[in-house]
Design a protein around this ligand. Sequence first.
Ligand SMILES: NC(=O)c1ccc[n+]([C@@H]2O[C@H](COP(=O)([O-])OP(=O)(O)OC[C@H]3O[C@@H](n4cnc5c(N)ncnc54)[C@H](OP(=O)(O)O)[C@@H]3O)[C@@H](O)[C@H]2O)c1
Length: 333
Amino acid sequence: MHYLAKETRYDSMPYRRCGQSGLLLPAISLGLWHNFGSVDSLSNQKEILRHAFDSGITHFDLANNYGPEPGSAEENFGRVLAHDFKAYRDEMIISTKAGYNMWPGPYGEWGSKKYIVASLDQSLKRMGVDYVDIFYSHRPDPDTPIEETMAALDLVVRQGKALYVGISNYSAEQTQRAEAILNDLGTPCLIHQPRYSLLDRWSEKALLDVLGKRGIGCIAFSPLAQGLLTNRYLKDIPADSRIAKSHGFLKEETLTDERLQALRGLNDIAAKREQSLAQMSIAWLLKDPRVTSVLIGASSVQQLKDNLYAVKNTAFTQEELEAIDRLAAPVMM
Ligand SMILES: NC(=O)c1ccc[n+]([C@@H]2O[C@H](COP(=O)([O-])OP(=O)(O)OC[C@H]3O[C@@H](n4cnc5c(N)ncnc54)[C@H](OP(=O)(O)O)[C@@H]3O)[C@@H](O)[C@H]2O)c1
């Protein structure tokens, strides 16, 4: 059936400024790492994407290697884009990345200009778009000079293949270097994409301060710790869950007894706040103004609906924060 976006789509989603840029991002963005590959149902993908856009999620995050098969998430997104969202391209922020292994040989991963430029060209073809809004270096390359990787990001902007650039998984020190080089080149670093959840706080040590001071946005990935910070595993391991899937990146060993007890305790705190554990975990990230957007994954429209309610209450009392920390501290990832 022909898709017409809901007229109410901008009524409830808050939009937050990405660092000191002109770009606003939705408080909740949708990532296509899992659940959008060639192994997943295309009709479910379409439903999730439609519901997201109808709910004010304007930002969709991809990478060259998302699938499985690697590349298939971009192909599927391209299909839905062509079929449903063609009229809405200017209302969307589409991002992709290059950094992880994508094709054989010495030019198929990491941070050389050769790889980065070729990879974006492939991504544009798979998605059927002329440009992406944000293009990332997906991970720092220990062997390529950071100047070369940043020059590649600057180049694709000058070629008109990306509007903004970002970095992901860079340490605080690497971020400072990258930002300085990009500034010199005249292409500011728009955004950093770190893993960040109430169970994984490496970015609090130094990175968030750097981002705040330098006016770089922050989009937190795996905010639900891949599903641990939801009601998914509180009773058992469901057959359709990420842990149960052979291609899922979340492994059963992560769900230790100690961590499960902590998750149940966190779920009780969420219930007292009249939130689901997923909602509280998203809200916990949004309490920090340096976090521009929380980048969730979802395997169903139901999960997405649950998560969207998080924006209704992002305030925490000191007692709540301390109770969360007491439970989370011993089981950090
Ligand atoms: N830059 C990087 O290196 C990097 C790395 C990883 C991810 N990312 C980005 O971040 C995005 C999100 O990562 P993620 O998928 O790990 O995020 P996440 O939000 O931490 O986990 C998503 C998973 O949690 C479960 N879930 C979500 N909402 C739920 C709810 N309300 N109730 C119960 N279960 C719920 C689902 O698991 P089930 O599938 O089991 O239902 C879903 O697939 C990715 O798509 C990607 O765009 C970037």
